[in-house]
Structure formats: C-alpha cells, structure tokens
Design a protein around this ligand. Structure first.
Ligand SMILES: C[S@@+](CC[C@H](N)C(=O)[O-])C[C@H]1O[C@@H](n2cnc3c(N)ncnc32)[C@H](O)[C@@H]1O
Length: 338
C-alpha cells in the first residue's frame, strides 16, 4: 500500500519506485488471496459476501478518515487521500480472507482488545511497505564503511572497551542489518582491528522479524553480493536458498519496536544509527520528533545515516551534517557528555 509519502517529498524517483514496489507487493498478495479464496469457495459453502455478486464494499469518507487516523495513531504512517484506493484494496483483500463484508465491522474487530491484537498485526504486515534488499542504498553504505574504517583504523573503540553499537531502524526482513554486519566484518578484516561490534535491528512488524531471524533467502535475493561474500557468510540450502551463517547471525539482535514509541526505547549510546526508507511514511512533524530522539540515542561522535530526501527542514544543534551530496548523514558532536 501504502505510500504514505509526505506531500513535501521532492524525491520523485524514490516516490515512483515506492509505488512500483507497493503495486508489485499488492498484486502478488492479491493473486495469492484470490487463488486461496476461489479454492475455498469451491470447497465450502459460506455466508453471502457482497463481492460474490461482483460488488465490493467501498470505503466512504468517514470510514477512510477513521482508518487513516488509526494507522497514523498506531504506526505514524500517514496515508494521504491519493492512496485511499490502495488502502481500500488492502482492507478488502484482508476482509475477504476472513469473510468480513463491512468496513465498520472490520474496524471494530481490529480495535477490540485483546482479540484485535492478532488481526492488527496481520493487517499491518499487509499494509506496510517492506521492500528491502542486500546492499541497498550504495551511497549510504559507502559512508557507513568509510566511518567504520576510520574508527577501526584508529582503534579508537578499543579505548572505550566496548563493542561498536549499531542500530538498524526499520530493518524489514533482515537484508539491511546483515549487509551492515558483513561490512563490519570486512572492515575488521581489512584494518586488522581487534574491535568488535553488535547490531540491534528493529521493526514494527512481527512477521518480517521472524523472517529476519531465520535469515533464509532465495538465491536471487543475493544477486548484489560478490560470490566470495556469499561463500563466506551464507550456507547453501536445498531449493536454491541460502541461510546466513550463525557466526554472522549472532552479531545481529532482532527486536520489535515501534518508532512512534521511540521515547521509551532503552537503546542509548549508539555509534551508528542507520535509518533508511522508514521516515518517508511519516508526516514532517513526527519525523522531526523521531530524528531528535535518534540524536539523543547517539554516542558523542556517533553517525546518523538517513536516506537522501528523507528529512526536510530538520535542524538539531547537537549534530553536524556530513558533507556528502549522495546521502543524508549527521555526526553528533564529540564534546557532548553522554
Ligand atoms: C521500506 S522498508 C525499509 C527496510 C530497510 N530499512 C531498507 O531500507 O531496505 C520499511 C520498514 O519500516 C518498517 N516500519 C514502518 N513503520 C514503522 C514504525 N512505526 N516503527 C518501526 N518500523 C516501522 C516497516 O515494517 C518496514 O519493514
């Protein structure tokens, strides 16, 4: 769905690719659902559903506002009016699966406690754009590696006698944090550093976190990795799949966290916070609050990497912008006591 992009986003190519990602995702999900539904329909007799006669329910204005508010309130995602029909399609697909024919009834179901919690989690997984891949956002990763090399070369961290702390925010199915872990291992190898590191990877969606912990990917998901890296960090499984080796997996800790509750996050003293393709779904004011909170969670001298075009009109006196036209990143002033 989703595309809950801010109207202020000026990165049109990013916008278009998000729409493409979303449409692809919706299409594949709906194909799956319609396939399942038609099999079920042919096998069982079930109550009358309005769409059986070719009529789907449609979301009226007040229902749209209700769903829009619920999603923004619970996740921070802002669905603008242009994406109303996408929201409607996603809701209909899920309602069809559970044989619910009315938006108000489904809304009540999702809001009911505790029964609605599971349904909410399923719906969220349907609505969120979870598009990701290994070695995505090359420019941001180059900046990440350059920062690592500098740290490891000077062995600065050894003096701190603790591992380098990294946070992958909105990690989806794990490709991003595993990429960061590979880059760390490679930087350690290259510099001969004795430093260690740990990555905390968080997401709002439980199903993607399950996939991430499993760390199993189809071979085509690894196309952007050099074969030497695949041999080193993955085990080949049957069915043209690869699993992340335990030695790399143990460097990444996956956990559920909602960015809108960032104030409650116990994460602190991060050396690098990597937050890509997540803030695009939030409105400017919320985005700024989250960015300020991320800065609070950076160690002095720490690096915050966000995607190009993901924050407009944001300033925080505790950070300085890294001079790089290709990505958006900030360093927290080293003089701050933490
Ligand atoms: C488009 S994916 C980006 C994945 C990865 N960062 C990348 O760039 O490849 C966005 C991810 O952000 C997560 N997300 C969206 N809203 C969130 C929130 N409020 N709190 C935490 N994660 C959220 C989604 O579940 C999804 O997995």
């Amino acid at each position: 769905m989703a595309i809950l992009l801010d109207q202020e986003s000026s990165d049109s190519s990013f916008f278009k690719s998000s729409i493409r990602d979303t449409s692809r995702k919706m299409l594949s999900k709906s194909e799956h659902v319609f396939e399942q539904t038609s099999v079920r329909q042919s096998l069982t007799s079930k109550p009358y559903m309005p769409w059986e006669s070719g009529k789907s329910p449609s979301l009226n204005d007040s229902q749209f506002l209700q769903w829009q508010a619920l999603l923004e309130d619970r996740t921070g995602m802002y669905i603008n009016i242009y994406h109303r029909s996408l929201l409607e399609s996603n809701l209909i697909i899920r309602m069809r699966e559970i044989e619910c024919s009315d938006f108000d009834e489904y809304f009540k179901k999702v809001c009911s406690k505790p029964e609605g919690i599971v349904e909410w989690s399923i719906l969220l997984d349907r609505i969120m754009v979870q598009e990701t891949r290994f070695y995505r956002n090359a420019e941001s990763l180059d900046l990440f590696s350059a920062y690592l090399n500098e740290k490891f070369n000077t062995n600065e961290l050894q003096h701190k006698s603790r591992p380098l702390n990294i946070w992958s925010v909105g990690c989806s199915s794990g490709e991003e944090p595993y990429t960061l872990a590979i880059l760390c291992q490679e930087a350690i190898k290259k510099t001969g550093s004795t430093c260690t590191f740990g990555i905390t990877a968080t997401d709002i969606s439980l199903p993607v976190l399950v996939k991430a912990r499993e760390g199993i990917y189809n071979a085509r998901r690894l196309l952007d990795l050099k074969s030497t890296l695949i041999d080193h960090y993955f085990e080949a499984l049957e069915g043209n799949k690869f699993q992340v080796k335990d030695s790399l997996k143990k460097k990444v800790c996956f956990s559920m966290a909602n960015m809108i509750d960032i104030e409650k996050s116990p994460l602190r003293n991060m050396d690098i916070i990597y937050c890509q393709n997540v803030l695009i779904y939030f409105r400017k004011e919320r985005k700024h609050i989250i960015l300020d909170s991320l800065v609070e969670r950076l160690a002095p001298g720490g690096l915050l990497v966000i995607g190009q075009g993901e924050a407009f009109d944001w300033h925080n006196s505790q950070v300085s912008r890294v001079t790089d036209n290709q990505t958006l990143a900030y360093i927290r002033q080293a003089t701050q006591e933490h």
